[in-house]
Design a protein around this ligand. Structure first.
Ligand SMILES: O=C(O)CCC(=O)c1ccccc1C(=O)O
Ligand SMILES: [Mg+2]
Length: 369
C-alpha cells in the first residue's frame, strides 16, 4: 500500500552542546539542524533529523546545503511520487547526486512513518534482533591529560563499554601511554578524522603497542587506496568513516583490504536503507560494523539505536545517552544508557515522542510543504 504523504515540515532547531566537542579539525559547540516531519493525513507522523554541521569540515554538506537540497529537490520528489516502502526513497533520490545527509533526514522520517503505520517499532521494521545494545562514548580532545583522564573516569562510572579518543599527530602516542597506564584493560579506539598521511606510517605503527580496538579514518577523507597500504603495515584494525558514502565504496574498501571495520552513519550514506545494505554486505563478508554518531539530538539518536539492533553491529557505537550531549533533549523519554546498555524501544516507530515544549524552545523557524 502507498504511504500517503500529506505534508512535510522542516523544523529548524538550534541547540547548544553541553560540552564542546573537539576533533583534529576544530570544535563544535552548537548545532543547527532540521527535524523533518512527515504527516500521512491519517493521524501518523514520522520524524527524521539532519546531521550536517554549520561548516563542511566532516563532509561537504552543511546545515544550509541540506535545507536547499530538501526544499528545492528532495521534497518535491517525495510529494510527486508514490512510495510503497521506505526503500523506494533512496531509489527515487538517485537522480540527485550525493547530498546524503539531506536525503537521510527525509528518508529517516519515511522509515519512522512506515513503521508506525505498520504497527512496528523502527528496529523491527529494519529487521533488528537485539533488545539491548552496547553503548560507547566518544570523548573529544581535551586541554590536558588530567582533563582527559577525568572524562574517561566519568565514562567508566557511567558504565560505557568502550571509549573512543580523538587523536592527531603530536596528540597520540604520549596521550595513549598515559591513558593505558591508568586503564590497562579498557576497550579503547581512536579516531583521527584524516589527520595523518602515509608518511606517518611509522608513527601509526607505534600505536599497535596500545592494543586499540581499532583506528578510525587515519588518512584522507576521500582515500581508499592508501588505507589499504597502511593496513598492510599495521596490526591495529583500520575502521573507515569519512571514506564510505555508499555500498559501492564499502565494496571497494573491503576488496582492497583498506579496513577491517566500517563505521556506518545513516547520514553519511544517504539513509537507513543504504546503511542496512552496507550492514548486510559486511555481514556476508565477515566485516564487523558499528554505528557512528554525529552528535545527534534525540530523533537521530533513536534512529541510530534502532539501526544498531541489527545483528552485524558487533561493536558498541558512538551512542551515549542524551545527557552526554544535551542539558535537555527533544524526545520523551530521553535516551538513557544504564551500565552502558541502551534498551531498544519496542513502541511504534522510533519509540520516543517528540517533546513539544523542547521543540518550541529550540525552534528557530519552520517551513511547511
Ligand atoms: O558521539 C558522537 O555522536 C560521535 C562523535 C564523533 O566522533 C564525531 C562527531 C562529529 C562528526 C564526526 C565524528 C566522527 O565520528 O568522526
Ligand atoms: Mg569518525
Amino acid at each position: 500500500m502507498t504511504i500517503p504523504i500529506q505534508q512535510i515540515t522542516l523544523h529548524h532547531l538550534s541547540m547548544e552542546l553541553k560540552q564542546p566537542f573537539t576533533t583534529s579539525f576544530g570544535t563544535v559547540e552548537n548545532k543547527d539542524f532540521y527535524i523533518t516531519e512527515i504527516d500521512d493525513g491519517q493521524g501518523n507522523r514520522g520524524f527524521g533529523e539532519s546531521v550536517a554541521f554549520t561548516a563542511p569540515w566532516y563532509t561537504e554538506e552543511t546545515f544550509t546545503t541540506t535545507g536547499h537540497m530538501m526544499r528545492d529537490f528532495l521534497i518535491p520528489i517525495l510529494l510527486n511520487n508514490s512510495i510503497k516502502h521506505p526503500d523506494d526513497v533512496s531509489k527515487l533520490f538517485t537522480t540527485i547526486k550525493r547530498n546524503n545527509m539531506a536525503k537521510s533526514a527525509l528518508e529517516g522520517a519515511v522509515w519512522d512513518l512506515y513503521a508506525k503505520r505498520e504497527g512496528q517499532s523502527l528496529a523491527e521494521a529494519l529487521g533488528g534482533t537485539k533488545s539491548k545494545i552496547e553503548a560507547g562514548i566518544a570523548i573529544g580532545m581535551q586541554s590536558s591529560i588530567a582533563e582527559l583522564l577525568h572524562k574517561i573516569a566519568l565514562s567508566q562510572e557511567n558504565g560505557y563499554k568502550r571509549v573512543k579518543l580523538k587523536i592527531k599527530p603530536g596528540k597520540d602516542i604520549d596521550v595513549l601511554k598515559e591513558v593505558r597506564h591508568h586503564y590497562p584493560d579498557l576497550p579503547i579506539m581512536v579516531d583521527a578524522n584524516s589527520a595523518y598521511t602515509l608518511e606517518d606510517t611509522a608513527r601509526l605503527k607505534e600505536l599497535d603497542a596500545f592494543q586499540l580496538l581499532m583506528m578510525e579514518q587515519p588518512l584522507a577523507h576521500d582515500d581508499i587506496v592508501d588505507h589499504a597500504k597502511l593496513q598492510a603495515e599495521i596490526d591495529t584494525p583500520i575502521c573507515l568513516d569519512e571514506s564510505i558514502h555508499s555500498l559501492e565504496n564499502a565494496k571497494i574498501a573491503i576488496e582492497l583490504g583498506s579496513c577491517r571495520v566500517i563505521n556506518i552513519k545513516p547520514g553519511r550514506v544517504g539513509g537507513l536503507t543504504v546503511a542496512k545494505q552496507i550492514h548486510d554486505y559486511c555481514v556476508e563478508k565477515g566485516i564487523a560494523v558499528w554505528c557512528g554518531g554525529m552528535l545527534e539530538a534525540g530523533v537521530g539518536r533513536a534512529q541510530n539505536i534502532a539501526l544498531s539492533s541489527l545483528e552485524g553491529f558487533r561493536f558498541p557505537g558512538d551512542n551515549a545517552g542524551s545527557d552526554n550531549y544535551w542539558k535537555k533533549d527533544i524526545i520523551l523519554p530521553e535516551v538513557v544508557a544504564h551500565n552502558g546498555l541502551i534498551t531498544v524501544p519496542t513502541d511504534l516507530g522510533i519509540g520516543h515522542a517528540i517533546d513539544i515544549e523542547a521543540l518550541a524552545q529550540f525552534k528557530v523557524d519552520e517551513e511547511i510543504f
